[in-house]
Design a protein around this ligand. Sequence first.
Ligand code: LLP
Length: 417
Amino acid sequence: MDFFNYTDQALFAENVSLESVAEQFGTPTYVYSRATFERHYNAYANAFSSHPTLVCYAVKACSNIAILNVLAKLGSGFDIVSIGELERVIRAGGDTSKVMFSGLGKQEHEMRRALEVGIHCFNVESESELYRLNKVAGEMGLKAPVSLRVNPDVDAKTHPYISTGLKENKFGIDIKDAPRIYQLANAMEHLNVMGVDCHIGSQLTELQPFLDTFDRLITLIDELAESGIKIKHMDLGGGLGVRYRDEVPPEPADYAQLILDKIKGRDISLAFEPGRSIAANAGILLTKVEFLKCTEHKNFAIIDGAMNDLIRPSLYSAWMNIVPVNLAATSEGKRIYDLVGPVCETGDFLGKDRELDIEAGALLAVRSAGAYGFTMASNYNSRNRAAEVMVDGEIAYLIRKREDIDHQLAGEQLLPE
Ligand code: LLP
């Protein structure tokens, strides 16, 4: 459920018409709904309220500091994969003691900074990373809290590019090697073994892979207990899918019911790292039709949003729903269009074969663009990155101004004469 709805044929974000957002801030613009972010975060927090659980929003999904701040105020923790994401959390007023640090290439300076601010746990992905973390923590006279990210070899049944829990993937530690590496970690002077972590993939529309993962992790936890290593938390990562088209993903409450049933009676807290299921349907990309180009073979709607703004359709052949901001009929009538951007790539499209009644100047909303939208944007073709706006009730706030050329070129310089 989200708060993007039509009133009298005009699409609104909460109580603000998207037409007025376009007038005020221009296009292309990402528009987020605060109430939707809150609803989605609370769906997790409420579902797991009967068991000690840390919900760590995956910052990579949508990382604007205004959004992190909204979630921090609700008590959210954060899953980060770089020091850049950690600095965002800090600037957004997030609680660093609720931060999980994931990612397989952590550098020494990143470990140092995370230790300095006191994060909750490092999700370690290799033996070499353990040695590095032990060394850095030792230099600082600290003990680093660690979980091992294990790879449970479970098929998440999702797009191969976003499936991460199979043994051929680069992520995590093979679950078969985990007992040995836990012993190693446990013996390191500057590490404090806390948990078990995993993340099997993204946009999962079934719960079974999560349940299989849970079972494998519990077996590992029991095995570790027998050898004297007490695991305090189990982090099941993110991955719950959303509806882009006709998918029927489970709700956090369905997920919680099954997991809570399994963990009952055990003294292990839970952690989750949801990104997409909190952010995707809390944002749209607002874009304008520049020209209609109707040829004998195809009709194109050339829009001002492009693959550099939203790469999911080009990169994963992702289908994103694209709807007119105003549903009133136009003199053009209905046609089937490819919605393409101005970037010089054949792969620059946001949607193909869409039946729409639109004219030049019409505004379109690309739905479910809140996750992996702006965060994956680039300056390809030297395009300035889009503005970001957050609607809260009756008011639309600019939370990131549209890039201008000075902003884009800051940091570049000519060779000396
Ligand atoms: N935790 C870890 C360690 C992750 O790698 C990810 C996502 C998450 C949590 C959050 O997963 P989520 O709840 O969002 O599924 N760019 C792709 C998605 C890549 C996901 C990468 N990892 C897309 O646009 O579909």
